[in-house]
Design a protein around this ligand. Sequence first.
Ligand code: GLN
Length: 547
Amino acid sequence: MARFIFITGGVVSSLGKGLASAALGALLQARGYTVRLRKLDPYLNVDPGTMSPFEHGEVFVTDDGAETDLDLGHYERFTGVAARATDSISAGRIYSNVLEKERRGDYLGKTIQVIPHVTNEIKDFIRIGEDEVDFMLCEIGGTVGDIEGLPFFEAIRQFSQEKPRGQCVLMHLTLLPYIKASGELKTKPTQHSVKELRSIGLAPDILVCRSEGPIPVKEREKLALFCNVRPDSVIAAQDLKSIYEAPLAYHREGLDQAVLDAFGIAPAPKPNLARWEDVVDRIHNTDGEVRVAIVGKYTQLEDAYKSIAEALTHGGMANRVKVRAEWIDSAIFEREDPAPHLQGFNAILVPGGFGERGTEGKIKAAQFAREKKVPYLGICLGMQMAVIEAARNKADLGNAASEEFAEGADPRSFTPVVYHLKEWIQGNATVTRRKDDAKGGTMRLGSYDAMLTDGSRVAQVYGNTAIVERHRHRYEVDIRFREQLEQHGLCFSGMSPDGRLPEIVEWSDHPWFIGVQFHPELKSKPFEPHPLFADFVRAAKEQSRLV
Ligand code: GLN
């Protein structure tokens, strides 16, 4: 049976709980344990799938097709363990399950209450797959004291009581603000947040304290005394240059040791940190820099493209170059010539997106990359825009467009080279959709196979002709235009196994121009960079040496 580590946060939000959880997962793996990480989010959306990237950052898609919190991306990148639909839950989903059961009559006439019905539902979720791993790490979103969080805190209190002693450990992440005027690191907010936890029956075993600098012994002892933890369980989490330094930094601070001590595991197995030493070495020992323009829509919030930013960093590690990613709002290219904006970049990436705004600008970016022979990676919408560009400017289909942007338009007024897919095959089953289906969870989601053309650039990049990648989209490139586009040099080099859905396109006479219908960034890891990102950055490096 798994041991459980619950991770909560106090004082302020955005302290990096997800990262701390992921780094701890990696450290436990380094000591030979198996782990799984989970996120419990107190908001009332059923999942983040329908939330704007401006509100909530990227939506991370799992192999089994769930739209989840971006912290699951950190978990995967640090542990390599593929996240599942059952690794992410929100209060919205919990309540929706409870209400569904109530409507079905499962509660046999009982009055439905937060305790026990909602808390039971949360506990059932935490228990899923508990026999599969040595450690289950469950992060509670938000901050202690949030009104929506209460049922989750109560559920983990009950859960810890129900398990045998020593089976559950609570790690609380807080902030130690530094007051410049007095030169002091303040412990009071942490004391208050621990007090808040204790008032609902939870006592942290480990305190992880974010601070700008090291925590002096005096403050560490004070925290231990007032928060009722052992001094060696007060862990300093200083700001780091790269998130990938976190496992080694936390190890130096004694986090994994403190956690194993809290479980009474002695002697603790020795860690093998070679993987993380190599990762950090690749970040610090680089030869040169490449500039990549990311031409997208959600450019104000970096978290909106979190996995892409990370996958580019991994591509840099694979080539030992620093990748400078710069975000450009594609809408600019609808008013201005893209050339002055894009000159000087070694590669262009057009990421995924939804809705029409900014798409003409993305088409211009694809055209610039094609004509100027700049390496181009188009992801999902970025592939669709590259196909529209090819249709309009090479295949003489001047009114080529996507059905996504033609809501209500006369179907004869444009050529739908990208269309709304209503039926497709997943494994052995046929999936169908209707135009007026609910939005949440109805896209082509999760892992699908693709077959690559022998001798194509992508087959060379992957070193394989059969791949599996994750999807999240409603629209597809129409196979009916394949021949016409291929005649002009845009090869359909990756297809769904039934040959109906284009998965990859590439310009045959271009140094590196690839569009993919899926999201390769979701599967990239620092210790295993995704081949497309590794080769894209390699091409950018080559381009930087030419100019
Ligand atoms: N909006 C497009 C679609 O639904 C692309 C989606 C995406 O880029 N993830 O097909």
